[in-house]
Design a protein around this ligand. Structure first.
Ligand code: TYD
Length: 139
């Protein structure tokens, strides 16, 4: 499984750091939605779903957390610890976010508006989804 992590270029000077992200340039899709998680309760695991079409870039802009990615046959754990790192999460990927440090803020850029019908929240359904895609010759 290929993990795609972007390293954004900070505009640093004597005042500090600034990261600017533009759609199709730094973010590989049109940004239709932005959301963020904060005040995450210790020990909580968020996510636990996949998407049929949605692509996302996850940036832990404060603190740290871990992302567990699962493509149905392989699992990888990706730590997000830097405000200039973005993890690309494709549609056909089961994801779990956990191990949030106190005060962590996880910012997400999404390629689509919120649509509950795009979610796959059942793990067995997800496995069938990726199997069917594979049978159809899709990635
Ligand atoms: P949820 O999907 O449970 O978050 P996650 O699985 O990523 O931990 O979302 C929590 C609540 O927020 C749920 O009631 C749906 C709502 N929500 C929106 O209204 N818009 C959004 O863009 C997102 C991501 C969630």
């Amino acid at each position: 499984m290929q993990v795609v992590k972007y390293v954004f270029q900070p505009h640093g000077d004597e005042r500090g750091q600034l990261v600017a992200l533009e759609e199709f340039k730094d973010i590989p899709f049109r940004i239709k939605r932005v959301y963020y998680m904060y005040d995450t309760v210790d020990g909580v695991v968020r996510g636990k779903h996949a998407h049929k079409t949605l692509q996302q870039i996850l940036v832990c802009i404060h603190g740290s957390c871990k992302i567990r990615l699962d493509n149905g046959s392989e699992k990888k754990i990706v730590p997000l610890e830097k405000p200039y790192e973005g993890l690309y999460v494709a549609n056909n990927m089961w994801r779990e976010m956990y191990d949030f440090s106190p005060g962590a803020v996880l910012l997400v850029f999404a390629s689509e508006l919120y649509d509950e019908s795009d979610y796959i929240r059942d793990y067995d359904e997800f496995l069938n989804f990726v199997k069917e895609r594979k049978n159809n010759g899709e990635n």
